[in-house]
Design a protein around this ligand. Structure first.
Ligand SMILES: *Cc1c(COP(=O)(O)O)cnc(C)c1O
Length: 433
């Protein structure tokens, strides 16, 4: 056997040539064009730099465009996705002692937002295929203190909104969609963010619709909620076109405004958003088609009637299906993590633990004196076996595939997976060690 052949066939962890050349391991995101630069410079030179001027501003332009894109009547810009969630909860009147049902698998902000409102997050398990709130787990978590459900369209896949809305309707609960990862995804033909009473989006740089820093957007069809959200965003004042600012705070408010420069950048990105998403759809489905051939590897799928924003790609691993009985899923995942990384496939874990295991919740680190938990008597968190299993047996690809030109890199990532799968005996030995 000649040396070059050997080096290509040998796993990179044992001295072989990595499947993914170095430049393809990190791909630029966000993609920043001259149009984006011009939009920012135009705002710097022409203003308005404040976001609460009377009349049109970069913020109102973006709000109008995003409301149209989500088919909602209103959109309210905020300083980030987390404040979009808290401003929405404030507008919906969620407060001390209220229980808000949140998926156990999400980014920390989904669990912190209720606490910011002095409400109590109650964590429910997720579906093993879509990774979004399991309606049966939600139904089981409801108590007389429950006032809201906070479904997260995790990784870009819409939560199963019809049964969730049904439960909410029966119990008189508010529904706030956390759409921070799911810009443009649809559920039964409707864009996410326009399905519950309100939807919260993040414009943080790594999200599918980015700004050049931090930003958020809130969508709703309800004029009253939109008005209250605007008040919560700006000191509790009424800021309306054509109305003189009276400097009176009518409600509890914060300063959670979106800045003009951030809005101008995102509006420019929005011009290319649908084109980028179409490219992503092609690149990702080609990639997943190849990976779906590998035994014991479950690729993300799309539920009937939904479209996926493909913000994060999560792969689950089953040692039995891979023909490696006797390995635990966790040991299999650890070995794959090490070998795939060595090949240059940028897999990583997304969330190291379920939200309820985070110290802020186990230690009840809130506002002090036990609050917000002291404001209610929440039942103990339910079992979340599905969330735990998912975190044990899966890895993700983040950010790389967002670039519309990611196709060739994803092909090399698939090479890396296939190479590791050609050495499952090595994986088994490593996992058992
Ligand atoms: C990013 C994210 C948020 C928070 O958005 P920020 O803009 O970072 O504050 C909330 N929920 C989910 C699911 C997210 O991924």
């Amino acid at each position: 056997m000649s040396a070059p052949t050997k080096s290509k066939d040998t796993l990179a962890a044992f001295g072989g040539e990595p499947a993914v050349p170095r430049p393809l391991r990190t791909l630029v995101w966000p993609v920043i064009t001259d149009e984006d630069r011009a939009a920012v410079l135009q705002t710097l030179d022409g203003g308005p730099l404040v976001s609460n001027v009377d009349g049109e501003s970069p913020v109102t332009v973006l709000e109008k465009r995003w409301a149209e894109r989500c088919a909602t009547a209103y959109c309210v810009g905020t300083s980030n996705g987390t404040t979009a969630l808290t401003v929405a909860l404030a507008a919906m009147g969620i407060g001390p002692g209220d229980e808000v049902i949140v998926p156990a698998l999400s980014f920390i902000a989904s669990g912190l937002a209720p606490v910011h409102q002095m409400a109590i997050p109650v964590f429910a398990d997720v579906d093993p295929v879509t990774f979004t709130l399991d309606p049966a787990a939600v139904a089981a978590a409801i108590t007389p203190a429950t006032t809201a459900i906070l479904p997260v369209h995790l990784h870009g896949h819409p939560a199963d909104m019809d049964p969730l809305l049904d439960i909410a309707h029966r119990h008189g609960l508010a529904v706030l969609e956390d759409a921070a990862q799911a810009h443009g995804a649809t559920y039964h033909g409707r864009p996410v963010g326009g399905i519950g009473a309100m939807g919260a989006f993040s414009l943080q740089v790594t999200k599918n619709l980015p700004t050049c820093g931090e930003g958020g957007l809130l969508t709703t069809d309800d004029a009253d909620l939109a008005g209250k959200a605007r008040m919560a965003r700006e000191f509790g004042e009424v800021i309306e076109p054509g109305r003189d600012r009276d400097y009176i705070s009518y409600r509890l408010g914060w300063n959670h405004k979106l800045s003009s420069v951030q809005a101008a950048f995102t509006t420019s990105q929005l011009d290319r958003f649908d084109g980028y998403q179409a490219a992503r759809e092609r690149n990702v489905t080609t990639f997943l088609d190849r990976l779906s051939e590998l035994p014991g590897l479950t690729v993300p799928t799309v539920a009937d009637g939904s479209t996926h924003a493909w913000h994060i790609l999560r792969f689950r691993f089953d040692p039995d299906a891979a023909g490696l009985p006797g390995l635990t899923p966790e040991a299999f995942r650890r070995a794959l993590h090490r070998l795939l990384r060595a090949e240059g496939v940028p897999v990583s874990r997304y969330q190291l633990m379920p939200l309820p295991d985070q110290r802020v919740f186990t230690d009840r680190v809130g506002f002090g004196k036990g609050y917000p938990w002291a404001a209610g008597t929440p039942m103990p968190d339910a079992d979340i076996p599905v969330t735990r299993r998912i975190l044990d047996d899966s890895l993700t690809i983040q950010k790389r595939h967002l670039n519309p030109a990611a196709g060739s890199a994803l092909a090399r990532y698939a090479d890396g997976f296939e190479k590791v799968w050609a050495h499952l005996d090595v994986v088994a030995r490593l996992a058992a060690a």
